[in-house]
Design a protein around this ligand. Sequence first.
Ligand code: NAD
Length: 326
Amino acid sequence: MFSVREDEKTAIKEWEVRHNVEVTTVSEDLSLANVDLVEGFDGLSIQQVTELPEEAIYKKLAAFGIKQISLRTAGYDIINAEMAKKYKLTITNVPAYSPRSVAELVLTQTMRLIRHFPTLEAHMAHGDFRWRGLVAREIHTLTIGIIGAGKIGSTAARLFHALGAEVIAYDPVRREELEDILTYKDSQREVLEAADVISLHVPLDPSTLQIIDAEALSQMKPEAYIINAARGPVVDTQALIKALDSGKIAGAALDTLTNEQGIFNQDVRNQDLPEDFKLLMEMDNVLITPHIGFYTTEAVRNMVDIGLDNTVAILLNGTSKNEVLL
Ligand code: NAD
């Protein structure tokens, strides 16, 4: 089991006992440099953003008798699909580890934004404790716009609905079971124009790249907030900075940013941050979190349990419900 963090170890130990299977862990990502560590083991589980392009990795795994690679993440784009097929390695993922984890971060950040906490904290840091201009709206008076009402988007919708907010959504796929908690709109534009808080929950693919650009931002109300806990590139960061700077929108909470790799979940105190990071961090109507939405005890446990269950399912039965089509 590669890329194992300290916070995963309790769940791993408990899984080992329940299944009577021995798990050996290393903290590094799998790579060509350390793939030989896999020799002698039956199964393999990884979680990393570092890509695995080299044929030699897959060739070696096959030579060691490895039949599968279990990713403890939802995304599997780090895998070289052609090589996985060539060397008959079955790839599995963890499609949903805890939609609540990200949905609860979105709720938290919405509350912080509507209470003007970023502005308030910036003022207080300079000794200004005045309320002036910081009157808040209550959540049940707001319209929440969900773009992409899949696993996470629909979970966020349920939380906001439970608090009395009106929830509207745009998703090309309509789910009947959500129609008691949200109202579908026919276009993204209709959601952008009507909502007080926009929350993005689309997958990142060529069709969703920068769906929030200057034009989309201009369709939002000036008192509206935008939250991105999906993937950085669904938002045009430069256009967002301009919209925030010029007061076209009221504020933003960002758990993902386009060039976050190498910064989020890293100690970069001695490094110069990219210009867009610096600008956003300096804005007192912006909240940035380092891609921490998923990071809850429940999600970590599910990633471990489902990742190891998938490994054993492939080894014992040759198949798993979480096999991905490459
Ligand atoms: P999902 O596949 O369950 O849902 C995505 C939904 O978006 C689907 O219903 C799909 O029909 C819809 N969609 C696709 N294109 C659209 C478009 N152009 N406009 C509107 N809707 C569109 O995915 P999910 O598991 O809910 O994940 C949502 C996002 O959250 C992904 O980008 C994922 O990478 C991200 N994510 C972030 C974190 C975090 O820690 N911040 C953790 C897990 C997942």
